[in-house]
Write a protein that binds this ligand. Sequence first.
Ligand SMILES: Cc1cc2nc3c(=O)[nH]c(=O)nc-3n(C[C@H](O)[C@H](O)[C@H](O)COP(=O)(O)O)c2cc1C
Length: 234
Amino acid sequence: MLNLTPLRIHQYIRRTNKGKTATSESLWPAIQQSKTYPRFLKIPLPDPVSTDTFVELLQKRRSRRRSDTSIYPTPQQLGTLFGLALREHKDHHRPYPSGGSFYPVECYLCTRLETDARPTLYHYQVKEHVLERLWELPLKLTTNDLFKADIETEALAVIILTARWSRNTPKYSDFAYDLCLLEAGHIGQNLSLAAETANLHFCPIGGFRDEKITDVLELDPFDEQPIYTFTLSN
Ligand SMILES: Cc1cc2nc3c(=O)[nH]c(=O)nc-3n(C[C@H](O)[C@H](O)[C@H](O)COP(=O)(O)O)c2cc1C
């Protein structure tokens, strides 16, 4: 039998955008404002390094699941990855577009850097090109705990994109949901090409565990939820 649920969801979301805004402009958040965790340690990342052309990257890109090493992504690789894919430019634009310039999508990273005793949660802060070191992850947590289906190898690092609904719902109401997913798609493509040039194994994972990730990231689910994840390995 034909599953009509995606059609209904689609029609509902498209109908909510009638070209009118949800609240008066005075209630909208400042555009281009990014999330920061000011009390947490900032780890500056190196500037990106790449020898590939854009055309070469488009041709080389693959979802790479298998990794035979146990080497975590290096600061240089992470600097290249996030610097190319997400870092805010001097004119406050970013390498990806955002409906209304509200930039509701945030980026987190579970990994282990040299100074970490164990895998740790980081938030990438786009203005300063730094990783904000949030907290160590539970000892028993494996990256596969974050996903619904078993992936081929236990990934060493995981990237999580979240949507902060409060950023764009004051203007767009329920249509904000659609815009967040579209923006995450742009970011995912940037990340996949940047991972390719940083020599990182990178794979999008749509089947992630929402509640587990919300828990690990200590998100307020009424404001911020995971919408896309990626595995990352050397
Ligand atoms: C939205 C989305 C979700 C995906 N989810 C998964 C996933 O859960 N597990 C997985 O192994 N691959 C996942 N992939 C990767 C696809 O399987 C992969 O892109 C596809 O096989 C084409 O291969 P290529 O990316 O190497 O060209 C996902 C890709 C996209 C775009």
